[in-house]
Design a protein around this ligand. Structure first.
Ligand code: GLU
Length: 518
């Protein structure tokens, strides 16, 4: 690596919501920058006005913020020394570089209309060849290489539409050094004369990307594999613009594959298999179609980042759970593989569960409290006042967190802590409610009533001796006790649950249950 200060950029085009593959690109750039004490820049590449989607830029910024991937410079994150960072606002900058390439003979004007290009395409297809504007076909097209200087000047002066194309040399090898893939060698016969500058006064992606990386002092270009075919063109542009000595190093990241490994992970896979492929919810501004996001599904950003970082990067040890600091410390592009990474929705859920369990009861209660309040708003008659206090909610979280993958499951798992059951698990009642239980529960109730404290260990003792008194095994009625308290056949630790509900509430629930079941 050269001794320049590391500067990397994430350069999305605002053409829709950011796919999780894009978030991974941003993440790897961020980790690489932080690891090397460098800068991470967010540049919005919006030169293709036809593909601009309103709201997409805001979405990108919000998604990065949610993930904790914070750029040092860039759109939405404060100006740095190279502002503006939105390419549409840098429009004036690019023209001079297109002119420089024309002057040095590495680019030319092309006047072909859409209809003429179409016509050529059809003729080539008829001859069973595919059309590309290249060293051979350019000789039959309308451009400043085939027209006289005079004619060219006249057309430009008359305001005729034109584009500027790169003049790809004949039969040369272009070598791209990729940190992940090694040397990638392409012969220029495989390349076409890509458009660099369009008649609307805007550069294309290729020119703007290279010019901005140069001006913004980018040292490493870390981006998705889909841009690998563009890299030889970019290398030529650096060369022709005289910037080869400061050309960034390249690293093209592997594709994200479908869970079965067959092909690229697409939005449709997410819909089909029931997992989001976007960080945040997105509503298409035109079709109004909704796509779900990890945030709204209840994933924590830590879990999301943790699963994402492992799609392509392999740590040196067996560690699976990483804080952002640990990732910064351990990340290296050398440990990114070149083969595609299979997306694993189950693993993603596992990560969320892991992070959920690591949270303190207090943190969980803060997130659960609004959910409790919203649910209780509709069911006030069932609720005692003290259970709305945060300490109570904290203790509930403590008892139910092991059962959940997501905070938004807490209510369905533990609503009985707030609302007394009115229904009882029918299958269990059918199987277990019998004369023995009819005999046992009134005894239990009396014994509970006479307790002074109400600690779970004491309740357990009282429970066992009541069973003895009634002449039955405690195990026979344990599950029924649970069902009378919660309505459910399984749930949080039984005696702890009783302790938290409190003596009065437990007795009330037993009484109500006995009336209903006897
Ligand atoms: N604008 C390109 C994109 O949308 C950026 C590719 C690059 O990083 O060079 O992904």
């Amino acid at each position: 690596m050269s001794d320049r200060r590391v500067r990397v950029r994430f350069a999305p085009s605002p053409t829709g919501p950011l796919h999780i593959g894009g978030v991974r690109t941003a993440l790897y750039n961020y980790l690489f920058a932080k690891k090397h004490g460098g800068d991470f820049i967010l540049r919005i590449e919006d030169t293709d006005q036809n593909r601009f989607v309103p709201g997409a830029e805001e979405y990108i910024i919000e998604a990065l913020k949610w993930c904790g991937i914070v750029p040092n410079e860039g759109v939405g994150f404060g100006d740095g020394p190279h502002a503006p960072y939105r390419q549409s606002e840098r429009k004036e900058i690019y023209r001079a570089y297109a002119d420089q390439l024309i002057k040095s003979g590495h680019a030319y004007y092309a006047f072909d209309s859409e209809a003429e290009l179409d016509d050529m395409r059809k003729r080539m297809e008829a001859a069973k060849m595919s059309f590309s504007y290249n060293g051979i076909t350019r000789q039959n097209m309308k451009n400043s290489l085939t027209l006289s200087q005079d004619e060219t000047d006249k057309r430009i002066a008359a305001g005729e539409n034109y584009v500027v194309r790169i003049k790809i040399p004949r039969n040369e090898e272009v070598r791209v050094k990729d940190i992940i893939r090694g040397w990638v060698v392409v012969n220029t016969t495989q390349m076409d004369d890509k458009v660099l500058f369009k008649s609307d006064g805007m550069p294309t992606y290729h020119l703007a990307n290279v010019v901005d990386d140069y001006l913004m002092k980018t040292t490493h270009v870390i981006r998705g594999e889909e841009w690998l075919p563009s890299a030889p063109l970019h290398v030529l542009l650096y060369r022709y613009l005289g910037w080869e000595d400061v050309m960034p190093e390249f690293a093209h990241l592997p594709l994200l594959l479908k869970p079965d490994g067959n092909g690229k992970l697409s939005k449709r896979d997410g819909d089909r298999l029931g997992f989001p492929v976007f960080p945040l919810n997105w509503v298409d501004p035109v079709t109004k179609e909704e796509s779900s996001g990890y945030r709204e599904r209840g994933y924590s950003p830590e879990a999301f980042i943790n699963m994402l970082v492992l799609l392509g990067w392999h740590p040196s040890g067996n560690q699976e759970v990483f804080t952002m600091e640990e990732l910064i410390d351990q990340f290296s592009l050398e440990r990114v593989s070149k083969s595609g990474a299979k997306f694993d929705p189950e693993k993603t859920k596992w990560f969320n569960q892991h992070y959920l369990r690591m949270k303190s009861d207090e943190e969980l209660a803060k997130e659960f409290e609004p959910i409790v309040k919203a649910n209780l708003a509709n069911s006030i008659p069932h609720v005692r006042d003290e259970i709305r206090n945060p300490k109570y909610i904290e203790q509930v979280c403590h008892l139910i967190k092991e059962k959940a993958y997501f905070i938004n499951e807490f209510w369905s798992i533990g609503s009985y802590f707030f609302i007394a059951p009115t229904e009882y698990d029918a299958e269990l009642i059918k199987k277990k409610w019998n004369d023995n239980s009819r005999k046992f529960f009134p005894v239990l109730m009396e014994n509970l009533k006479s307790m002074n404290g109400f600690a779970h260990t004491e309740i357990e003792q009282v429970f066992k001796s009541a069973a003895e008194q009634a002449g039955i095994k405690a195990g026979e009625v344990m599950q029924l006790f649970r069902v009378l308290l919660s309505g459910l056949a399984t749930g949080s630790a039984l005696f702890e649950t009783a302790e938290l509900l409190g003596k009065e509430e437990v007795i009330k629930r037993l009484e109500a249950g006995l009336v209903k079941l006897n």
